[in-house]
Design a binder for this molecule. Structure first.
Ligand code: GLN
Length: 484
């Protein structure tokens, strides 16, 4: 049986199917099209079958089971999984097997979810197409000539291809929302600190956040409830309970104040994408929301600030891959030469570019001009968002400037970075944002509408997302056969 996570969980609990049947159906889907899609670095079929049998035993014995009991889930391969290789799609982690589970992985298991595999990504989550993976690109299930977006392209593709109804990604500058938009699925970047980063291999620690992919807004809300909430193992974890979102999904948007960000609706945005975002805004207005355009001027500087701050943090975080502690080691006569040889062989071109950029931005004499300046811009972005949220409950923009592009179409790094224009500002502010599929461009490729909210504004964000989903026209090219 296949379906949404909520449908599957109810059917398994109700006895009309079993976790074993559900897992087998998804493993069969993987077997059929994974050779083309390449969503996974590893499929953990055996472990999944064992876990499914355990869920079925618990249900048969009348024991209480979690809200996701028996539901297959795919996990981005930068989240640590005890006993299962975790690679970040990098050669430098070759052979490394984590001795512990990330907190989110523990919470999935506690909720009864069944991990079916680890998904492909741009190496160390640096990229927007999954083409930077050391193990080859993932293809977009909507159109296999196109990229699924990145860096969580494998997680988005796994859900879009029906390999699992749910998956986890990480979002540092758009890596959940951009692939969600490209693959026609829902993707959520929660408020910074709402979901534990313990066991997420760090890229840029002040921006990284784990979040859900799903085919529906309700499934995404349920998965977020499962993974959110305080974790003492993460020093930046917010000290409060996970928000209750699912119970608010039918609250509607009457009176909700929605601001359409004018800076993200003009230059550089494909007119087909902008048209769908306007249509989504109209749909919210028709459902009773108060919709207006709003200027958030500093968002236009987000990209430049991010591409200093994120590489700066990455240059420090990735210093730990030294040939001594994890994975690959290329032997050489001295320790120093061993480290150089290991890092030269182990890191791909984009990761090296970021390390060099970040090291430069942090170096004596340039720190104030680059890193310091970028931090000031970050403050300006926070200030402009705060001003907008005095007048609006949520904001709206495209998730991405364009729809999915063809594999190999973008070779120049700067052009690739432009993919993140709409998503990066929220990461810099620490706010939540999500991408909801709404309509298609003239080629039939899915468009993602981004709903943004102030810190811990997940409930109004999901209410708006649910209303957008309810009004979404069908696109013709939906990956899983659901109405988009
Ligand atoms: N595409 C962005 C980058 O390359 C965002 C990555 C992410 O969110 N992990 O840095």
């Amino acid at each position: 049986m296949t379906g949404t996570a909520i449908e599957l969980a109810a059917a398994i609990r109700g006895g009309s199917t079993t976790a074993a049947e559900v897992v087998d159906a998804h493993l069969a889907a993987i077997e059929a099209t994974e050779p083309t899609i390449h969503a996974f670095n590893v499929v953990t079929a055996e472990e999944a079958r064992v876990a499914a049998a355990r869920v079925d035993q618990a249900i048969a014995a009348g024991e209480p089971v979690g809200p996701l009991a028996g539901v297959p889930v795919a996990v981005k391969d930068n989240l640590c999984t005890n006993g299962v290789a975790t690679t970040c799609s990098s050669k430098i982690l070759e052979g490394w097997v984590p001795p512990y589970d990330a907190t989110v992985v523990q919470r999935l298991a506690a909720a009864g979810a069944i991990t079916v595999g680890k998904t492909n990504l741009d190496e160390f989550a640096m990229g927007s197409s999954t083409e930077n993976s050391a193990f080859g690109p993932t293809r977009n299930p909507v159109d296999t000539g196109r990229v699924p977006g990145g860096s969580s392209g494998g997680s988005a593709a796994a859900v879009a291809a029906g390999f699992a109804p749910l998956s986890l990604g990480s979002d540092t500058g758009g890596s959940i929302r951009q692939p969600a938009a490209f693959c026609g699925v829902v993707g959520v970047k929660p408020t910074y600190g709402l979901v534990s980063r313990y066991g997420l291999i760090a890229f840029a620690s002040s921006l990284d956040q784990v979040g859900p992919f799903a085919t529906t807004v309700a499934d995404a809300a349920l998965l977020l409830e499962v993974i959110a909430g305080h974790d003492p193992a993460d020093a930046t974890s917010i000290r409060q309970e996970a928000p209750r979102i699912v119970e608010h999904l039918d609250d509607g948007v009457a009176g909700l104040r929605v601001g359409l960000i004018s800076e993200l609706m003009g230059d550089g945005i494909d007119p087909d994408v902008a048209a769908q975002v306007r249509a989504a805004a109209d749909a919210l207005a028709a459902a009773g929301a108060m919709v207006e355009e709003v200027s958030v001027p500093a968002v236009t500087y987000g990209l430049s600030a991010y591409y200093l701050i994120a590489p700066a943090e990455a240059s420090s975080n990735l210093a730990r891959f030294d040939g001594v502690r994890y994975g690959l080691r290329v032997d050489a006569p001295t320790t120093n030469e061993m480290m150089v040889a290991t890092r030269t062989a182990g890191f791909g071109a984009e990761v090296k570019r970021r390390i060099m950029l970040g090291t430069y931005a942090l170096s004596a004499g340039y720190y104030d001009a680059f890193y310091g300046q970028a931090q000031k811009v970050r403050t300006l972005i926070c200030r402009d968002f705060a001003a907008a949220y005095e007048r609006f409950d949520v904001l709206l923009s495209p998730s991405t400037p364009t729809t999915a592009f063809e594999l190999g179409a973008i070779e120049d790094p700067l052009t690739m970075y432009l993919n993140d224009t709409c998503t990066i500002p929220t990461n810099l502010a620490g706010h939540p944002a999500m991408s909801v599929p709404f309509g298609a461009d003239r080629a039939g490729l899915p468009v993602g509408v981004q709903v943004l909210a102030p810190g811990l504004g997940e409930v109004p964000m999901f209410r708006a997302a649910a209303a957008i989903e309810a009004a979404a026209p069908s696109t013709g090219k939906t990956p899983t056969g659901k109405d988009a």
